[in-house]
Each structure stands twice: as structure tokens, then as C-alpha cells.
Design a protein around this ligand. Structure first.
Ligand SMILES: NC(=O)c1ccc[n+]([C@@H]2O[C@H](COP(=O)([O-])OP(=O)(O)OC[C@H]3O[C@@H](n4cnc5c(N)ncnc54)[C@H](OP(=O)(O)O)[C@@H]3O)[C@@H](O)[C@H]2O)c1
Length: 329
């Protein structure tokens, strides 16, 4: 395997961290852009060079990208809930443009852009695929849609060889997004909103990393978009059962109607916003229970040889074990 000089954005996060670990194991020379480079002991332990940089600061990116062959652009403003549309746009759209411009200037050989299946929103005729029209359902998804559009434009204009991948819900050791769900089930406080029969298709982190690396190396990938998620969707009811089994508790059975909770989320967002308080309930969280997200991943399978290996049960068990080991549950 050839050794490439790789730049990773978002390396202090869940996905970017796993990607760095794998690239380091494969012997690549890795540089990570971090907003707080002093807090990156894991990255340094793996031999990653950590440099300061912020997607909103083009000069920092131009400096960070010198001598780089391949960019994995994973960073996004994603988890924090109480951020404004403007903040999301500055990082996920303008920040993407900034790193694309820096990559053009530096003569980067390939740019791999992380999007999300959320650009499709609620899938009306499942399963969705790469041709399913955009339908973002909130302003995070809108910002990711626009970020993806911008990245594809650089490819279409011949300015940069770009590959876009859209992950499904990513889970595994190191993730904290699904922790609330695991915790609620473990503490028997979880209540299903709605029927629980909506489809959801998650991807285990190691499988996703394998797919991302295929985007970074496969000849056919350039100029293309790939959905990278698990092989089959599950209903939320089934997901909750699998989690309960992994945590050795009985599966929660309580359901409440989703619409009043969605309305309550909207009201709480309005009430909390002027005070800068994180609302205990918000529409994006409720959307998890309302939207169908099932996908056909044939394109990534056929063109890249992507093969998600991790059964849901195995992935959930490994995730639960990591939460337990880290006293998070
Ligand atoms: N997790 C999922 O289920 C999921 C599903 C679909 C798509 N995605 C996409 O996958 C990617 C990674 O998600 P994740 O779950 O790994 O996210 P994460 O753990 O929240 O990590 C986000 C990363 O982005 C960095 N970042 C945020 N704003 C930045 C800025 N202005 N400049 C530089 N870096 C910045 C963060 O750095 P700091 O440490 O400095 O905050 C962090 O390293 C994102 O693009 C997300 O949209 C995630």
C-alpha cells in the first residue's frame, strides 16, 4: 500500500477519531486539524500530527494543508442542539468552502467529503438511494445539503477530485449520540414515541471507516456520491429490543403519540431560545421517531466493494460494553 499524506478534519470527534486510528494503523502520515490542539493526547499517541485550525478561518486551513495528498473532511457542527442556523451555515457550508479552496490551492489529489443521509430527510418511497431527491428536514440537514452541493460543484467544475459519502446513523464505541437511548432503556425510563415501526438503518463505526477508506482509494469513486450505511434497516421497536437484550433488561413497551410531543418540542425550543438554554426536548430529537430512513446501498457495494460486516446485535453489544466500561450508563 502506498503511504499518503492525509489531512483529517473532525479528528477530535467520534468518526474522525476512528478514521485517524485506522489510517495510523495502516501506516499513513496523518495530520489532524483541531480547534484545541492541546487536548489531543489520543491522536498524538497514534502518531498523528495535530495542527491548529478552524473551518471558519481560511488562513489556518491553508497553513494546515501544506504538502497534503488526500483530505478527509469529516468535521461539522452536528451534535450541539442550541446553535443558530448562522453558526451551522458558517461551519458546514462556508467552512466546507474554505477547506475546498485550501485544497485546490495546495493541489490535493483527492477530497473526501462527509455528508449525511439526512440530506434526503424522510424517505417517502423506501428504500432511498443516491438518486432520491434532497429533502432536508431541519437546518442542520439543510446546511449539510448545501455543504454537499458546494463540494460536488468543485468536482463538476474540474477544480478538485471530490467524493461525497452519506453515512446513516453512526454508532459504536466512542459515540455519545446514542448514549441517551441506551441509558433510557437501561434505567427503564425510555418511552417510544409513536408506533416504533418506522425504519432506521445504522452503520457500525468500523464498517463506516472501511467505506470511507474505499472512497479515498477506489478509482471509480471520484465525482460520485455514496450512501454508506448498514445492510438492512430495522424498526425502532426492534432496535430498542436489541439494546435491551445487550443491557440485560426487559424491552420497554410504553408508547405515546408522537404529534403532541413534537408540538411540545417546538414550544420548548421557542421558550428556551431567548435565554440560550438547551431545550430538554426539541423537534430534531422527536424526528428520530417520525422519519423513515431506509436505504439501498447497492451503489457502494457494486462500485466500491463496500460490505458492512457488523450485525446490529454485535455492534450494539460492543457499544454497550464500551459505555459500561466507561461508566456512562
Ligand atoms: N454521528 C452520526 O450519526 C452521523 C450521521 C450522519 C452524518 N454524520 C456526519 O459525520 C461527521 C462526523 O460526525 P461525528 O458524529 O463524528 O461528529 P462529532 O463527534 O460531533 O465531531 C465533530 C467534529 O467536527 C469538529 N468541528 C466542529 N466545528 C468545527 C470548526 N469550526 N472547525 C474545525 N473543526 C470543527 C469538532 O471539533 P471540536 O472537538 O473542536 O468540537 C469535532 O472534531 C459530521 O460531518 C456529521 O455531519 C454523522
Amino acid at each position: 500500500m502506498t503511504t499518503e499524506r492525509v489531512l483529517v478534519t473532525g479528528a477530535t470527534g467520534f468518526t474522525g477519531g476512528h478514521l485517524c486510528e485506522r489510517l495510523a494503523r495502516d501506516g499513513h502520515s496523518i495530520r489532524a486539524v483541531a480547534r484545541q490542539p492541546d487536548n489531543c493526547s489520543d491522536l498524538r499517541r497514534w502518531g498523528v500530527e495535530v495542527v491548529p485550525g478552524d473551518l471558519r478561518d481560511p488562513a489556518s486551513l491553508e497553513k494546515a494543508i501544506q504538502g497534503v495528498d488526500v483530505v478527509y473532511h469529516i468535521a461539522a457542527l452536528f451534535r450541539p442542539e442550541n446553535v443558530s442556523r448562522k453558526d451551522m451555515w458558517e461551519t458546514n457550508v462556508q467552512g466546507t468552502r474554505n477547506i475546498l479552496d485550501a485544497s485546490v490551492k495546495a493541489g490535493v489529489r483527492r477530497f473526501i467529503h462527509c455528508s449525511t443521509v439526512g440530506v434526503h430527510g424522510d424517505i417517502k418511497n423506501p428504500p432511498g438511494n443516491e438518486e432520491t431527491p434532497y429533502g432536508p428536514g431541519d437546518y442542520y440537514q439543510e446546511s449539510k445539503t448545501e455543504g454537499e452541493r458546494v463540494a460536488m460543484q468543485y468536482a463538476a467544475d474540474g477544480r478538485l477530485p471530490v467524493v461525497v459519502f452519506r453515512p446513516g446513523g453512526i454508532y459504536g464505541p466512542g459515540d455519545l449520540r446514542f448514549l441517551k437511548l441506551f441509558k433510557g432503556i437501561k434505567k427503564r425510563g425510555f418511552v417510544m414515541l409513536g408506533s416504533g415501526e418506522v425504519a432506521y438503518q445504522m452503520v457500525y463505526i468500523d464498517d463506516l471507516i472501511d467505506g470511507i477508506l474505499r472512497c479515498g482509494t477506489h478509482e471509480k469513486a471520484v465525482g460520485n456520491v455514496y450512501i454508506l450505511t448498514g445492510d438492512t434497516p430495522v424498526t425502532l421497536n426492534r432496535l430498542v429490543e436489541v439494546i435491551a437484550e445487550a443491557l440485560s433488561v426487559s424491552a420497554p413497551r410504553l408508547h405515546v403519540p408522537v404529534t403532541p410531543v413534537y408540538v411540545a418540542g417546538f414550544i420548548l425550543e421557542l421558550l428556551c431560545k431567548p435565554f440560550g438554554i438547551h431545550p430538554p426536548l426539541y423537534r430534531r430529537r422527536v424526528d428520530f421517531f417520525r422519519k423513515t430512513r431506509s436505504f439501498d446501498i447497492s451503489k457502494a457495494k457494486n462500485e466500491l466493494g463496500f460490505r458492512p460486516q457488523t450485525e446490529l446485535k454485535t455492534g450494539v453489544t460492543l457499544t454497550a460494553a464500551w459505555y459500561t466500561k466507561n461508566n456512562l450508563l
